[in-house]
Design a protein around this ligand. Sequence first.
Ligand SMILES: Cc1ncc(COP(=O)(O)O)c(C=O)c1O
Length: 491
Amino acid sequence: MTDTAGTGALPVEGVSAARVLDEIRALRAADRPTHGGRLFAYVYDPGVAGLDELAQAAYAESAHVNGLDPTAFPSLLAMENALVGAAARLLGGGPGTSAPDVVGSVTSGGTESLILAVKAARDARPDLAEPRIVVPVSGHAAFAKAAHYLRVALDPVPVDPVTLRPAVADVAAAIRPETVLVVASAPSYAHGVIDPVAEIAAAAAAAGVRCHVDACFGGWTLPWLRRLGAPVPPFDFAVPGVTSISVDLHKYAYAPKGVSVLLHRDPGLRAPQFFAYADWPGYTMVNPVIASTRSGGPIAAAYATLRHLGEDGYLRLAAVTRDAVAGLADAVRAVDGLRLLAEPGSTVICFTADDPGLDLFVLVDELTARGWHTQPQLAYAGLPASVHLTVTAAVAPRVAEFGPALAEAAAAARAAGPVVLPPELLALAGSLTPEALTPDLIAGLAAGLGLGAGPAPDRMAAVNTLLQAAPVRLRERLLVEFVGLLQRPAW
Ligand SMILES: Cc1ncc(COP(=O)(O)O)c(C=O)c1O
């Protein structure tokens, strides 16, 4: 019998459910391991038995429910309001607090929350022809994306190379009459450092400007860490002048992907976030967030996750994570030539190398080869290249193994030596402008680096070294071109 199923997404004859699932599982075998505590980016794993099954069942219950119309699907509205209430209460808002009128929306992720925070701020000032936002360079790249999408100018503020925080005076000086929003991170993704939120919010308030705290990463850990006794500075609605906060439930609330919450101190601040349209012959449309049709799946899964873990569950997970962070930091300190770029104050480990014989990008590859997946960060604006580790509770049982693996990987990286790219390639990367990149040049570069239509190479040190040699705008263009090579239709 001929196999009419092939491997494409649309076979001539449909294939059995069992076979499709087998195929997906076979594809998944090439992925980084989402469980097991050896992946320090992209996934947030509490390592709680049964939680995945619960979230999947809740997801399935609501997968076909549409968030387009809250009156048609009150179940979704109820769960969204419950998530917003929980996030607001955790972050210093709600009845009995100094921010009793907090409202919010559930979005698809941190980026959407940040885009909407910028949109709300921009649309609250229709009088401004050229609105601007002030963002420390350690702020998440999604603010630059928001600025780009919304045609808002971005005023970056440098961070101190030692504290990795912006100087409040620099933030204040960057605020202009056209500024609609000032941003602080709690903490920054790259380094896990909490900005001086109270001072930044005060500077914004003094200028009559909104202040958004990006707690996408830390909003669901810092409150628990504080309850456990950690010296977490004020960063939430308890701080006067903080007008909005974002917190991602698909990060440290351990919900499956697709859920973040954007909170505003009061309904008036949120109003310009919404989009309504009645000037067409179809249904009356009002969208609190960017998407119109939205699956109820991620929302139900997040609701189930929060209710199942509860405050006691999150406290316990935070304690486990805090101890894992301490153990990982010790492992870094124990390796000669490595240095913590920031003392860990939340759930990030970020380290750099002081020894030119120890190439961080090679080290990352050596760790990968040993089954440990960390995230390289390129040198930028006076900050050295670094390695980022997002630490989640599932890492805890692995901490004792990490130290020897890191020491071994560092020894192997030293023995291998730094990546050496041909000098003419490095010179090209340093001098090319994005406009000068031709398709032939891109194809040649990609081939030389082992990038193409297939899976990414096992070792990425050469790619990272080349990107690092390039100015920022060229880095961006190369990334676009390289990923464009990967995103090709499978026929
Ligand atoms: C501080 C911070 N803000 C925003 C984002 C963007 O979130 P997402 O990837 O969910 O869009 C992240 C993601 O890591 C983050 O750490």
